[in-house]
Design a binder for this molecule. Structure first.
Ligand code: AHR
Length: 915
């Protein structure tokens, strides 16, 4: 049957800055085509799985990114703690700065006393961060800590516009000699980009004021100590997988005293001590002596944002080295033997994020309103460090963290640039020290990015993985503008990150934010003023990679090689097994359109929809601006295709993404017509696992049943097959070693599902008795054992997580969709609650699924929640014979809970089959 050929010939039209794409779908025969470049995609050959955390954001307080930027506070120097205590303030009448206020780590406050004449005034006004932005009709919360000298005193708070007109005023009465927080909401009358806040003493006084604050009420998630809505939204729209914070060089400090000290950034905001920001003086030609860190956006807020965005946190901590760019010699650094407090800071941070409420630092987190732990998987020690100064300090950190928190992935540095002596010294050192990831930084010209799309193709796969932690294309010819040339070169380079997703596990552009009136470094991903913000072309590139990251890389070759610049073309291809899509990314750097013939090998699935997304400009210098933010934005078109070979026209200087939605159904009518026949139209759902999935022969003759036997009752079984292939007594290892998995694997067809639940038999001895154990954990380590009681063969045993990942990878390679399920709990209780073990097999199964981009159902949690609600008495009949095996009622309930878990899986086609 000849393959039908689909021509996706989309002709672009650029009118000024608007891209219009027209799609023509025409059917030709293969021979009629004359394409320049051919790209053959092995749709069944996955070469790597994409880390779900892969594309993320890197936040540093540079360019007024925090105070004056994302952190929505509008008052500069709100606690009068700048070295020049009234910087940012104009005072009039009698205003004194005193010490001994209510917050011991920010002791200064101001005293407002009568001006000495009824026609004179006392007060002060704040200039904000390059002015205060007010939005018409928006509400603002003014707050202040205050006390009155005697009786009731009054202050008047005013919003002032650029013409020195009062837009809004409110009186605040202050009474009592105790410090209290006063707060009042006010509305702005119009849009003002550079207004100010003025406070008058309107009674006799005196009045003491401290921590004068003004926030928009409408912050991100309406939090009081909140973030600027538009800027936080611009981050959320990137769907970041990872969030690196708080820097950058500010982690190190110009000297150790001014390093970012996370412990100072948590607890009540009023008592977080001020820190100097090294970016106020780093570049004397961009000097900002009023640049400090209030720590109002501190580690709690960073973790909270990670949670909001669904991103993994990647905190960076000081390794005890002051910035190596700014310091010669060793006296400025902490001596290795005195490093313990720094190491303790790292251990305490892990406790702050993940410790129970009862722990010292977990309690601080809980006190701030987050009793549940935050997720913390990665931790970087040091920013851009180098030489043995770094490695001799990193080593004790790694030892201490591994000993206490082996699950944390440690990120080490490869220095400040992508090559050179420092880089060459550090990579082998990172291997020696067993870092999990190595942070690479490259700020390079566009040509470097175009030339380096194959950078990671030859990296050594053994040892640490790569975190591309800071990168940006610097077009010096335009004084490093955020233009289309820079963004296009990043898109081309990123095909190489994606193709090497087994090696490059995380990537974050840098820096993130810049205030148009107060920046030190460019280019930056998002620019803003006091009212508006703008996404750069680079932002759109990042967003498209993140949005279309997929779960598995597919082999895509042009004349046996990846497309890394041949004919000015770059490509990478992934499959998203969750959404059941195939995603092709193509960059054409040439100034002419090019046609590419795309062949999808082993492509048998029916196709329902294709989405075509394009970023393009004929002018490489095109930029977005605050006034014209849509110079370059992504354009999307929907269309349909059938067939396995087609032509794609890549526009001049374009980044194109083709998302092909593969049908869950075995074959659509259209697909059949196209000759893509298959034997059976129905999907098969296989369940594999141990006796809690299928007990004995599944007939319940011993009173025990597994949930796999009943799953079909809760699925639309007339539209699919449900086959229970679990077997009692098997561990994640022996299910494979006994050939049971191969049996399932040989039957798997694209679009089938594999539901796997193991763990109950993974404990014990690997080589004695039933000899079925696996190593504990989810690591890559393995150990050899001699089967002492049987054959005396030597077997290699891997971790439980390793075996789960093996199932996932192999199922995916067959085009099937694996769903990992955590093991059901035992009937063990404490204080009326079922005992949960979330950190062992449940946690490892989750980690394995996350790592490989598989679906995960926490059945253990679903069952535990259900049992806790029922209590031990009602649950007792759900087990039979012992505390592990379920009765008919228990197995049915578990099957129902699995079906409910499937329903919750975002983007999973199987959810449509739940009754
Ligand atoms: O991103 C700006 C700076 O570049 C970072 O602070 C530092 O890590 C790098 O030198």
């Amino acid at each position: 049957m000849p393959l039908e050929l689909i021509n996706l010939n989309y002709m672009n039209y650029m009118k000024k800055q608007q891209v219009l794409i027209f799609l023509l779908i025409t059917v030709f025969s293969v021979s009629a085509l004359s394409a320049n470049t051919e790209l053959t995609i092995q749709t069944k050959k996955t070469t790597a799985s994409v880390n779900p955390d892969m594309y993320g954001i890197f936040f540093e307080d540079i360019n007024f990114a925090a105070d004056g930027g994302l952190y929505a506070e509008l008052i500069k120097n709100r606690s009068f703690e700048f070295p020049q205590s009234l910087m940012g303030w104009n005072t009039f009448g009698k205003v004194e700065v005193l010490e001994g206020g209510p917050f011991e780590r920010n002791p200064r406050y101001v005293k407002l006393s009568g001006a000495g004449h009824p026609h004179k005034h006392t007060g002060l006004e704040n200039e904000g961060f390059r002015g205060i932005g007010f939005k018409r009709d928006a509400a603002y919360r003014f707050s202040v800590w205050a006390r009155a000298g005697a009786g009731e005193q009054h202050i008047r708070v005013e919003f002032i516009d650029e013409q020195n007109e009062v837009m809004e005023r409110q009186d605040v009465a202050i009474s009592g000699a105790e410090w209290k927080k006063y707060s009042v909401n006010m509305k702005a009358g119009k849009d003002v980009n550079k207004g100010c806040l003025r406070i008058f003493l309107t009674s006799e006084g005196p009045v003491d004021l401290e921590h004068v604050s003004l926030f928009p009420v409408d912050t991100w998630k309406n939090r009081e100590n909140g973030m600027r809505q538009d800027l936080a939204q611009a981050l959320a729209d990137l769907s970041p997988g990872v969030f690196r914070f708080p820097g950058g060089c500010i982690v190190e400090g110009t000297d150790l005293n001014t390093r970012y000290n996370w412990k100072n950034s948590v607890g009540p905001v009023e008592n977080r001590p001020l820190n100097e920001n090294r970016w106020h003086y780093t570049f004397p030609n961009r000097f900002y002596p009023d640049y400090f860190q209030s720590y109002g956006l501190g580690f709690f807020e960073f973790f909270q944002l990670c949670e909001d965005f669904g991103a993994q946190a990647l905190p960076v901590l000081s390794v005890g080295l002051a910035c190596q760019f700014q310091n010669e010699g060793t006296a400025c650094h902490v001596a290795v033997k005195e490093l313990q407090p720094y190491i303790q800071d790292a251990l305490d941070l892990i406790e702050f994020a993940t410790g129970p409420e009862t722990s010292t630092w977990g309690k601080v987190r809980a006190g701030m309103g987050h009793p549940a732990p935050f997720s913390l998987k990665y931790l970087a020690i040091g920013n851009e460090q180098w030489d043995s100064l770094y490695t001799e300090r990193l080593e004790p950190f790694i030892k201490a963290i591994r000993a206490r928190y082996p699950q944390i992935q440690i990120v080490g540095s490869s220095g400040p640039s992508a090559e050179g002596n420092r880089f060459d010294y550090l990579w082998p050192e990172m291997k020696r020290l067993n870092a999990d990831l190595v942070d690479e930084h490259y700020y390079k010209p566009p040509q470097w990015f175009f030339d380096n799309a194959d950078r990671y193709d030859k990296y050594d796969r053994k040892g640490p993985k790569v975190f591309a932690g800071e990168y940006a294309s610097h077009d010096q010819s335009t004084r490093k503008a955020n233009n289309w040339l820079a963004a296009l070169s990043e898109a081309a380079f990123m095909t190489g990150l994606e193709r090497n997703a087994d090696m490059v596990r995380l990537a974050t552009y840098a820096p993130l934010f810049a205030h148009v009136d107060g920046w030190q470094w460019n280019p930056d991903l998002i620019w803003f003023d006091n009212l508006r913000s703008m996404k750069t072309p680079n932002w759109y590139v990042q967003q498209l990679y993140s949005r279309f990251k997929g779960t598995d890389v597919l082999q895509a070759l042009s004349q046996e090689k990846p497309l890394t610049g041949q004919n000015g073309l770059y490509a990478s291809v992934v499959r998203d097994s969750k959404k059941n899509t195939l995603i092709i990314k193509i960059v054409n750097k040439e100034s002419k359109a090019q046609t590419i013939t795309i062949n999808l090998k082993d492509f048998k699935q029916a196709v329902s929809q294709v989405k075509l997304i394009c970023l393009q400009s004929d002018n490489l210098r095109t930029q977005n601006t605050l006034e014209k933010p849509n110079g370059i934005v992504s354009e999307e078109k929907a269309m349909e295709l059938v067939g396995a070979s087609f032509e794609l026209t890549a526009l001049s200087q374009s980044f194109t993404i083709l998302e092909i939605q593969l049908s869950d159904a075995r074959m659509s009518a259209k697909g059949k017509k196209a000759g893509l026949s298959d034997k059976d139209d129905k999907i098969t759902v296989y369940t594999i696992g141990d006796s809690t999935v299928k007990n004995g022969d599944g007939s319940g003759n011993n009173g025990q049943w597994g949930w796999g036997t009943f799953l079909g009752d809760y699925l639309k079984s007339d539209s699919l097959h449900v086959v229970n292939r679990a077997l009692g007594g098997r561990s994640s290892r022996t299910y494979i070693s006994e050939g049971l998995w191969d049996n399932v694997l040989s039957r798997l067809r694209p679009g089938d599902y594999v539901l796997l639940q193991f763990g109950h038999n993974d404990g014990g001895e690997p080589n004695k008795g039933r000899a079925r154990a696996t190593l504990k954990g989810n690591g890559d380590e393995s150990q050899d054992f001699v089967l002492e009681e049987t054959t005396r063969d030597t077997i290699t045993v891997h971790t439980y997580g390793w075996y789960i990942r093996q199932y996932i990878t192999e199922a995916k390679a067959k085009g099937a969709i694996p769903i990992v399920i955590s093991l059901i709990p035992r009937n063990d209780w404490q204080d009326g609650k079922i005992i949960r073990h979330t950190d062992t097999y449940v946690g490892w199964a989750r980690q394995a699924a996350e790592q490989t981009g598989a679906y995960f159902i926490d059945l253990n949690e679903l069952v535990c929640d259900q049992y806790d609600a029922m209590g031990p008495g009602m649950v007792a009949p759900y087990y039979f014979g012992d505390h592990t095996h379920t009765s008919l009622a228990g197995a049915k309930t578990n099957a129902w809970l699995v079906s409910q878990g499937i329903k919750q899986l975002e983007g999973c086609g199987l959810a449509n089959y739940v009754k």
